[in-house]
Design a protein around this ligand. Sequence first.
Ligand SMILES: Nc1ccn([C@@H]2O[C@H](COP(=O)(O)O)[C@@H](O)[C@H]2O)c(=O)n1
Ligand SMILES: [Zn+2]
Ligand SMILES: [Zn+2]
Length: 587
Amino acid sequence: SQPLAPSPVEAPLRDLTWGQINFLHTTDTHGWHAGHLQEPSYSADWGDYISFSTRMREKAEANGQDLLVIDTGDRIEGNGLYDASDPKGEYTFDIIKQQHIDLICTGNHELYKRNSSENEFNINVPNFGSSYLASNLDIMHPETGEQIPLAPRFKKFTTRKQGIRIMAFGFIYDFTGNENNTVIQPVEDTVKETWFQEAIWDREVDLFLVIGHVPVRSPEFLELYQAIRKVQWDTPIQFFGGHTHIRDYKKYDAKSFALESGRFMETIGFQSIDGLSTSTKTVQTSAAPKFSRTYIDNNMFSFHHHTQLNATTFPTEHGQNVSKEIRAAREHLQLDTTYGCAEQNLWMFRAEYPSNSSIFTWLEQRVLPDIVVDKNRMNKSRLAMVNTGGIRFDIFKGPFTRDSAYIVSPFTSGFRYVKDVPYDKASKLLTILNNNGQVLQNMEPSLQSWMLAPIEQRSFSTHVFTQNVTVPHNEDLQRPLLSEPDLTPGYTTKDDAGSDGDDTLHTPIASYRVPNVIQSQIDPPLQSGDPETIDVVYIDFIQPWVLLAFQFLDLDYSIDDTAIYMEGENLTTLLAKWVTANWKDNC
Ligand SMILES: Nc1ccn([C@@H]2O[C@H](COP(=O)(O)O)[C@@H](O)[C@H]2O)c(=O)n1
Ligand SMILES: [Zn+2]
Ligand SMILES: [Zn+2]
């Protein structure tokens, strides 16, 4: 375990172990480039991160070492800084490009919609040039319609200081929910491509670097590991993953590791490797290089500690200018406009569901009954269904702002419905969608295999519950972070390298399971007893699964039986209205 050193404010921080080559890694930033305004532990912004990476590079280079910066996708959707502008992302592309990123790839969120994948092609790919990799991703050219790689498939380069010869790839997991202007080639097919085989057969390589919007414990990374190991039995391989929003580190073998660096600008992943061969020096194959990882809490105390600098010596002018740019964008977007104030914290995973502190119970009991009302169907009973994966963050006690509305519910998905569904069947839908009963008998095989898949593998669920999932906190917003010797609650990660990965020592936080879908039954006033038929209303993102579940109930509905419910509204706009109406007087 690594030594503990006091931080500038006396809190215990683990030091980094530097190597010949060092990496900083972000993933799933989802627009949180302003950092967390309500959580001191994660309060550094993208400008601070630019200063940090600059100072870390200076430190590495002063010691003759290399430092590479990596981002593995899902940069959009999840925060007002991206979602509140029209068009979306008006400010974020310019902010993100200010970071010197050595390797970058695409996440699924960049691909749900035509316009966001075209933004990658037209803005981010030119911004990052040959650093942007798309090993298994094509786009239909926005003008010609021709199918072409979104970016280069791979990149071979030699590091400046150490002369390490690197072969790098940039993947996305086998995602199928993309708009039809992009094409994702499954990883198991991509590894058979001639260009990939030629790249991995190259003997003049000291390190294979696979970055991807791919969970580190996924079949896709395993396929890539096996494909490379088959032809390079000994060359070190470093993976950088993402998508499951957790801190995680997987060991494939003594010379191959994978790092995943959390979500939402909470974590800057640090990885080092020491003992690699280089273009000028061959290391004995029997000696395994040393790999070391640290999950850095994204705040200035950690940044100062790891660079051994202080408030005067740490910031760069460039970083400070980007922080200014972020503040100006937030102001233009009026993200601090307060709709109302929450009287208590409402948690996604930190509170049991159902319970009074659960955001999902609050939605079911308080919000959905008020907001799921279509003027043309208001006298009809309805079941309102929302996928928990569409809710992205907690609500903290205190001001609920324009930013909060996007943070909790960033997606533009509207509601759709199937009218007049027999109640006895409609009332069974939720159990089927949440797969927690004896519902598999007589089920059609493809539906059965979907139902049998672990909840986190079904594509509309985003949550992964593993041993090492910990959820961040804002236990006491008023308390200055790390200013006292006692520990604050936060990430306490266990991974394949042990329990010493988090830079900041925290006390652990509980994490509870939540279902795929929550539901409210909303009856018109004066109705007594269950209705004979009911409208089934749901967020349009889950329509494919709702239609499948109908099939299981022998209800033969198709898309033609569905229609828009509450034209022009979505959960974000409705939530903002609800808070204004119900929490305005709490402030
Ligand atoms: N319109 C959308 C898009 C996505 N979701 C949810 O997000 C999950 C994927 O998010 P990651 O950051 O983990 O890639 C997806 O499984 C859905 O739960 C949504 O609800 N609506
Ligand atoms: Zn994500
Ligand atoms: Zn993702």
